[in-house]
Design a protein around this ligand. Structure first.
Ligand code: SF4
Length: 176
């Protein structure tokens, strides 16, 4: 399976966590989209590599995800996988609903096995990239695993400020 050619996914969602403290800054609602072709050794979520794991997502489930983000203490939405950028149909729908409701007043973090420099040059993946705030990029690499890294599993992964990176024309890390 070639990850570069998988765009839409199968519209399945593995898990919704209404309140998490570890998937990005602040208290956040986290969702896990099903399906990832990268097959990293030591993957933290093996079951969610399957594109039909979990449930077919419905409009009601999306309404519920948006409502989980309403409380003032929720900083935003975190989208993990699986691979969000191989699940564009569902990820784009959720992100556009989130932006319609909250504008840029709350943030969206996304975890991806793709690196930022690839994503910014893939026209079909632009909409999702341009509508998120933070990208934690790159595959999990077991040999670079460290137990105490905030928001990432291995040293190669980076926490990228997407809008500053796109407007500056170079990769800018969050809080740089
Ligand atoms: S990119 Fe993430 S979900 Fe996909 S195989 Fe690697 S660790 Fe697992």
């Amino acid at each position: 399976m070639n990850a570069l050619n998988i765009y839409e996914g199968r519209y399945h969602i593995a898990k919704v966590e209404p309140r998490t403290f570890v998937d990005g800054e602040g208290v956040r609602c986290s969702i896990y989209l099903s399906g990832c072709p990268f097959d990293c050794k030591g993957c933290y979520n093996l079951a969610a590599q399957n594109f039909t794991y979990g449930q077919l997502c419905s409009d009601e489930m999306i309404d519920e995800i948006i409502s989980h983000c309403e409380a003032d203490y929720i900083s935003g939405l975190s989208i993990l996988g699986g691979e969000p950028f191989c699940n564009l149909k569902l990820a784009e729908k959720i992100v556009s609903r989130f932006r319609a409701r909250f504008g840029r007043g709350k943030t969206i973090w996304v975890w991806s096995g793709f690196v930022f420099e690839y994503l910014k040059n893939d026209a079909k993946r632009q909409y999702l990239l341009r509508n998120i705030d933070v990208l934690v990029d790159g595959p999990f690499m077991r040999q670079l695993f460290r137990p105490n890294l905030a928001f990432r599993g291995s040293l190669n992964q980076r926490i990228i400020d997407v809008s500053r990176s796109l407007s500056n024309g170079k990769t800018v890390y969050l809080n740089d």
